[in-house]
Design a protein around this ligand. Structure first.
Ligand SMILES: Nc1ncnc2c1ncn2[C@@H]1O[C@H](COP(=O)(O)OP(=O)(O)OP(=O)(O)O)[C@@H](O)[C@H]1O
Ligand SMILES: [Mg+2]
Length: 448
């Protein structure tokens, strides 16, 4: 099995050079220093940890940083030129060193010497990886890890495009059922009169067209996971049948005269407010309690704009391979543009935007002009409520604008006030006062 290598460098092109030398021996990915630690954690949480980190030695990395790269078990190899590469590696605590410029035989020797971790683990498809920064993704991974090992029913809530299906797959892939089927049923996409047949199957002669027995999707998911998407659209009579499956693992095919047993873990998802649906009589309360044992709530993308940079990077890598284009990322201006948008369609919309941009881009970076987004809407400023005093409404609009501007500015300049002030054409002291007034935490924008 190939060694998994993460190249950590400013230049994504280093990845290509390394990948070419290592060939079939390795699966090589790239990350900048800022996102590398998170990328390593995500890879190891999703069951495909990196075995080796190839870290560019310029500027010399700090020892705590090297240590944080190694926490997941990866061997950190420094790529270093200069007169004393070994000394440099020792100083920062890297496990090994490869000289710059890279000599193919040396690179192969150093990398291949690293033992292959997790060789016997099932590796999910790379596209299965859930990306995010900040505490919400950590908590999500913790909760997934907690529930994956059990057969507990999971309910995933979130707006369209927030990754509900991806989370359902991640649960299945991290569960002891991962080798059994993962069956998706979209309750909204199948007409009501066919849904029962699809789910539960029928016996021959059950109705006019039933010339043969037919297994339903529930039976197809036996020993595996059944993902009931858009559960809020499940018709009431089927809700009763599903409740029975959840209570006793039993169901009956259409036209059958006896019950069958089935062993499935059920994961449901919806973008509707189920509680409200229960109140209005559209959803059974007992079923609601049954499926809501272990809820997972996925936040909309606009509530976690700090994830955008990582997601952009992830999708660039995904489509780069598919489109066969040498595109390493997006320009800072393009990223600023992408970060300023609200994404009503959430991650799926962001993914589509990146895909579209990469189709027209020539690289090496996607330009701002190649990103097609509705002009950043000054929505918060335009919500004008004439029922309230002019002064209050105006102050609110100004506050919203200042916060948005400062957040974006600090993100671009990694919390460096002097740099940010220069870019904004502001006095450093005034900028500092404004940042303080809005209670923004500069450290949050700092490079690791
Ligand atoms: N955190 C994430 N990291 C990486 N990719 C993500 C993430 N969240 C969503 N995606 C990607 O965005 C796309 C949409 O995700 P998914 O289909 O899981 O959303 P959904 O919530 O089921 O949407 P819908 O309600 O419209 O069915 C997929 O291609 C998925 O891989
Ligand atoms: Mg979905």
């Amino acid at each position: 099995m190939a060694v998994r290598v993460l190249v950590v460098d400013k230049l994504a092109a280093t990845r290509d050079g390394v990948a070419e030398i290592l060939g079939e021996r390795a699966e090589v990915e790239w990350a900048s220093r800022e996102v590398a630690v998170a990328q390593l954690r995500i890879a190891s949480n999703s069951g495909s940890p990196f075995d080796v980190v190839l870290l560019e030695g310029e500027p010399p990395p700090a020892a705590p940083y090297v240590q944080s790269l190694a926490t997941g078990g990866a061997r950190v190899i420094l790529l270093a030129g200069g007169s004393d590469p070994i000394g440099l590696a020792q100083k920062c605590g890297a496990a090994d060193v490869v000289g710059r410029p890279i000599v193919a035989s040396e690179l192969i020797f150093r990398v291949a010497r690293a033992p292959v971790a997790g060789a016997d683990k099932r590796r999910p498809r790379k596209s299965d990886v859930l990306i995010g920064s900040g505490t919400w993704i950590k908590e999500l991974y913790d909760r997934i890890a907690m529930v994956a090992a059990t057969d507990v029913t999971v309910a995933i809530f979130g707006e369209s495009g927030t990754g509900k299906e991806l989370v359902a797959r991640t649960i299945h892939n991290s569960s002891p059922r991962h080798d059994a089927p993962f069956v998706v049923v979209n309750c909204a996409a199948i007409p009501e009169n066919l849904l029962e047949d699809e789910l539960f199957g029928h016996v021959r002669g059950a109705f006019t067209d039933a010339s043969r027995d037919r297994e339903g999707l529930l039976a197809a998911a036996h020993t595996g996971t059944l993902f009931l998407d858009e559960i809020g659209e499940l018709p009431l009579p089927l809700q009763a049948k599903l409740l029975r499956v959840l209570q006793s693992q039993e169901f009956r095919r259409i036209g059958d005269d006896h019950d069958r047993r089935v062993d499935v873990r059920i994961v449901t998802a919806t973008n509707r407010d189920l509680e409200q649906l229960v109140e209005r009589g559209g959803f059974r309360q007992d079923l609601y309690y049954r499926i809501n044992v272990f809820p997972l709530h996925l936040p909309p993308l606009r509530e976690r704009p700090e994830d955008i940079a990582m997601l952009v990077h992830h999708f660039v890598q995904k489509y780069r391979a598919r489109l066969g284009k040498v595109i390493d990322g997006v320009t800072p201006a393009a990223l600023a543009r992408l970060s300023a948008y609200e994404y009503p369609g959430n991650v799926r919309e962001l993914e589509n935007k990146i895909h579209q941009a990469m189709v027209i881009a020539n690289g090496p970076l996607v330009e701002e002009s190649e990103v097609s987004l509705p002009r950043a809407s000054p929505a918060p400023m335009l919500r004008i409520d004439t029922a309230r005093p002019f002064r209050d409404v105006k102050q609110e609009a100004i506050d919203a604008f200042e916060r948005g501007y400062l957040t974006e500015l600090l993100r671009l300049h990694h919390g460096n006030l002097a740099q940010a002030a220069r870019a904004a054409g502001m006095d450093r002291k005034n900028l500092w006062a404004l940042v303080e007034r809005h209670g923004l935490d500069r450290d949050q924008f700092k490079k690791p």
